[in-house]
Design a protein around this ligand. Structure first.
Ligand code: URA
Ligand code: SF4
Length: 190
């Protein structure tokens, strides 16, 4: 694996990556983006159509919902770092498969090693499965999970709110709780 020294180096490598088949169908690879001092790393599933077209994570409808939930917690999305378990869009937004997740994992690992977030906010079941091998987002969401010296905070995927608008409140409550916990522990969000 390449020995990345900065988040920019990771992003550059992602932009031209051909390590798995998703490189053939993508328009743009979608590197992580955001505040390099963020104490929270948000990890989504994979880029969707808007993200593929623009090469940036969470810029479509799900992204709008995430942005609004952050703002309700008093946090600008520019203050946090946002990435995905795989950096290229799977055709028709299918779930990324095991080979794709494994091929792409070096980049997520590098992002973690360099950013050193205090908490990883897991967005939805696919990211939960990928990071913790668990697929019970409904029962795990809204609480800190500690594993191997890392803190995780799973919540629902913002896209779930598109299908069930009542879940907007759940996402907003969880994100507010996450930043309340961080402030209690650190005295500051960033
Ligand atoms: N959904 C995701 O999981 N990630 C994105 O970047 C956009 C939508
Ligand atoms: Fe490379 Fe990840 Fe894109 Fe596959 S999904 S081509 S491993 S950046």
């Amino acid at each position: 694996m390449a020995d990345f020294n900065s988040l920019d180096e990771v992003a550059d490598a992602v932009s031209t990556c051909t390590k798995c088949d998703l490189c053939q169908s993508r328009t743009n690879a979608v590197p992580g983006i955001g505040n390099k001092e963020s104490k929270v790393l948000f990890v989504g599933e994979a880029p969707g159509r808007s993200e593929d077209l623009r090469g940036r994570p969470f810029v479509g409808r799900a992204g709008q919902i995430l942005t609004e939930a952050l703002e309700k917690a008093g946090v600008s999305r520019r203050d946090v770092y946002i990435t995905n378990t795989v950096k290229c869009r799977p055709p028709k937004n299918r779930n990324p498969n095991k080979t794709e997740r494994e091929s792409c994992k070096d980049y997520l690992d590098a992002e973690l090693r360099i950013l050193k977030p205090h908490v990883i906010c897991i967005l939805g079941n696919v990211a939960l499965k990928s990071l913790l091998g668990d697929d019970k987002i409904t029962s795990k969401r809204g609480n800190i999970i500690q594993k191997d010296d890392m803190l995780y905070f799973p919540t629902i995927h913002p896209a779930a709110v598109l299908y069930n608008p009542q879940l907007a409140h759940t996402l907003e409550q969880d994100i507010k709780k996450l930043f309340d916990i961080i402030q209690l522990n650190d005295g500051a969000v960033n």
